[in-house]
Design a protein around this ligand. Structure first.
Ligand code: HEM
Length: 286
């Protein structure tokens, strides 16, 4: 199983870019043709039996299959920011979440002490406390979080972040519903929604200004930045995680097509090798 985001569901669909996205980037992702997508929704953390109402981030990972056999990945969370500005903070959080052999559970005091001692985690913690988890994976927005660059046909670079905005609107559980929610409800919600037809998200680029932070994914840009409608994701079918085509995919966020480039954000750069190790162990069955 995945070492992180272990519980999830797989989906299939397509992505179609707008003319404005094609103007900003020469990537094959933005030609405007319909591109097949293999997607996976998930709950953060390494527990395959985590309750679906858990107050932790939800994930959306997409593999875009470009016509020439090449791939483009986007691996996102439902929080606009991350909790770690350097990889060490990620490692320290997992140490704070380690299972105590005496109780069989993580020690909440260790997690509280970790959060209190790292102010960089506070933006995401505040977001997760203020926004309950979604009622369905389909009623949520998903954010790329890191800074990337678009390269156009004249080699002009545009600094950007991105998110997927749900056409169904954002719909989250109330605190009462969280307390009484069954262990598993997200697959049922997905099945019921898909029966009513395809689910759509609009891809939005947030265009950065020269001084906007590029290296720290815990920091948001000012909220008056220009937004560009860049395309539409349409998901049309779903499958249990282990049976889905997405099960064997390594959704490496640095798998980018020519025309989209990463920033030097140390957290983004650290993700690629750690996902590769997790993927390799999953394929080996260890
Ligand atoms: C240092 C920071 C991070 C580390 C070490 C890390 C580590 C991992 C690992 C090991 C996996 C399992 C990969 C696999 O087995 O295929 C994973 C999955 C995932 N991560 Fe991260 N992660 C980090 C940051 C992030 C950030 C910033 C985001 C969102 C912007 C994110 C979103 C996801 C998602 C959505 C998945 C599930 C992908 C899938 O469905 O296969 N992670 N992460």
């Amino acid at each position: 199983m995945r070492r992180n985001h272990t519980k999830g569901v797989g989906c299939l669909g397509t992505f179609t870019a707008t003319d404005e996205a094609r103007t900003l980037s020469r990537s094959k992702l933005f030609t405007g043709k319909e591109i097949p997508v293999v997607a996976r929704f998930s709950i953060a953390g390494g527990d395959p039996e985590v309750p679906d109402a858990d107050r932790s981030p939800r994930g959306l990972a997409c593999e875009f299959r470009l016509g020439d056999g090449s791939l483009h990945h986007m691996t996102m969370l439902n929080t606009p920011m991350f909790f770690a500005k350097v990889p060490q903070t990620f490692i320290d959080k997992f140490a704070a979440l380690a299972i105590d052999p005496a109780t069989g559970k993580a020690n909440p005091a260790l997690l509280r002490a970790f959060i209190a001692s790292r102010t960089e985690t506070h933006n995401q913690v505040a977001f997760l406390n203020a926004n309950n988890p979604p009622r369905s994976y389909t009623s949520e927005a998903y954010f790329g979080i890191h800074t990337f660059f678009l390269r156009d046909r004249s080699n002009r670079l545009t600094k950007f972040k991105y998110y997927f905005r749900p056409r169904d609107g954002v719909d989250r559980l109330s605190s009462e519903e969280m307390a009484s929610a069954p262990q598993d409800f997200l697959e049922k919600a997905m099945a019921e929604r898909m029966e009513r037809g395809p689910v759509l998200w609009d891809l939005i680029f947030i265009i950065g200004e020269p001084d906007d932070e590029e290296l720290d994914p815990t920091v948001l840009w000012p909220d008056d930045r220009r937004e560009v409608f860049a395309g539409t994701l349409k998901l049309e079918s779903w499958t249990h995680s282990a049976e889905a085509g997405s099960y064997r995919i390594n959704f490496d966020p640095l798998m980018l097509s020519e025309g989209v480039e990463p920033s030097r954000d140390p957290v983004l750069l650290f993700r690629s090798p750690s996902y590769a190790i997790s993927h390799g162990r999953r394929l080996q069955g260890v």
